[in-house]
Design a protein around this ligand. Structure first.
Ligand SMILES: CC(C)(COP(=O)(O)OP(=O)(O)OC[C@H]1O[C@@H](n2cnc3c(N)ncnc32)[C@H](O)[C@@H]1OP(=O)(O)O)[C@@H](O)C(=O)NCCC(=O)NCCS
Length: 327
């Protein structure tokens, strides 16, 4: 059945199955909370439409598919997350959901199905999800190491790693990018999306505009999410040289995410990555009301970023892999 995100009971059931499977598969389950997911599925967004399918037998929910239909870029692609209740596995539930997804995707003119397997073993990358993907015609395109860091770090730990970079000033903001930085921040975000390693994935990088930045900010606020941004400004030119973003939601106070970290190419090689991450971490953890875990994902080939994270104390917990199937 098609899941109507506006029906509170149906959406809750759908979300609970999706998240119960993540809880089952991951040492640290991650993902949007119920309300944030509902905003995504029921709201009007210019970049994305999200909807879902469920395989239901009487009162039993066997499995679900969450679908992301990209609207601005990657418009021939649908992204799918499949989750099957462990009690109903190896009975073809995911295969039936996949068939329904393919039928809908083709009917809407999409030519590519993508999916992320979150729960791979940190070393081999294997999981039931990768076995399923391989058996059903998906090709593995990329891998990312999932690292976690237990917070708070002590003031001594933070101070021992802190090295201000001469010639740069630190600026910070919360939910809204200050107007004076908006254009440059949109450009840096575009650079981030273009430069982040994609392996063999077929991705068209988003061209970020000030309007899209504002829309993403408004959506995060509507979802109840909070964000901490720290940027480095090159004093001589006044240019925005690097930024990092971390955040979370009060729904899951023990779970925080490291989002983008980007150093503009002319400013690389000066340790600006750690120079923006540390003050951001300090601001973020100053608001903690309880211990929390900070999550981050990076391509294994992104060695500079992984090295920065290891220095901060991150450890590997899983490997997520990106898969594609042509339709
Ligand atoms: C991956 C998942 C959706 C598969 O659901 P399922 O209903 O058990 O899958 P199916 O019964 O349709 O399996 C189809 C084929 O995939 C392969 N497969 C599925 N699970 C497997 C496993 N644990 N080990 C080895 N092969 C597996 C088999 O070839 C299987 O055919 P077979 O049973 O005839 O041998 C389910 O294990 C799950 O929810 N995992 C956690 C979430 C996840 O990883 N989702 C995928 C990311 S989008």
């Amino acid at each position: 059945m098609t899941v109507d995100g506006r029906d509170p009971d149906v959406f809750k059931r759908f979300y609970e199955l999706k998240f119960a499977v993540r809880r089952e598969e991951l040492e640290f389950p991650v993902g949007l909370g119920l309300e944030a997911a509902r905003v995504l599925m029921t709201g009007e967004h210019s970049d994305l439409r999200a909807d879902g399918l469920a395989l239901v037998d009487g009162d039993a929910w066997l499995g679900i598919a969450w679908l992301d239909w990209w609207l601005l870029d990657n418009t021939d692609t649908v992204d799918v997350e499949l989750a099957v209740d462990p009690a109903y596995r190896r009975q073809g539930a995911a295969t039936r959901l996949l068939e329904a997804v393919i039928e809908r995707a083709r009917a809407e003119g999409r030519r590519m199905l993508t999916g992320i397997n979150l729960a791979g073993d940190p070393v081999t990358g294997e999981s039931p999800g990768t076995a399923f993907a391989g058996a059903r015609g998906f090709v593995r395109k990329h891998a990312e190491l999932h690292q976690v860091l237990e917070l708070p770090l002590s003031e001594e730990q933070l101070a021992s790693m802190e090295r201000p970079v001469p010639g740069y000033e630190i600026v910070q903001w919360r939910e809204h990018t200050p107007a004076e930085w908006l254009d440059e921040f949109a450009d840096l975000t575009t650079g981030m999306y273009a430069d982040v390693p994609h392996g063999d994935r077929t991705v068209e990088a988003t061209r970020w505009t000030p309007e899209l930045v504002r829309e993403a900010e408004a959506r995060r606020v509507a979802q109840g999410r909070f964000t901490f941004t720290t940027a480095a400004v090159h004093t001589a030119s006044g240019a925005l040289a690097a930024y990092t973003q971390m955040g979370g939601t009060p729904e899951t106070p023990d779970r925080l995410n490291q989002y983008d970290t980007y150093v503009h190419p002319p400013h690389r090689g000066r340790r600006l990555g750690i120079a923006v991450k540390l003050p951001n971490l300090r601001s973020l953890q100053s608001r903690l009301t309880q211990p929390a875990v900070l999550h981050t994902w990076n391509a294994p080939e992104n060695t500079p970023m992984i090295a920065v994270n290891e220095k901060l104390g991150f450890r590997p917990t899983a490997q997520r892999t990106a898969w594609e199937r042509a339709l």
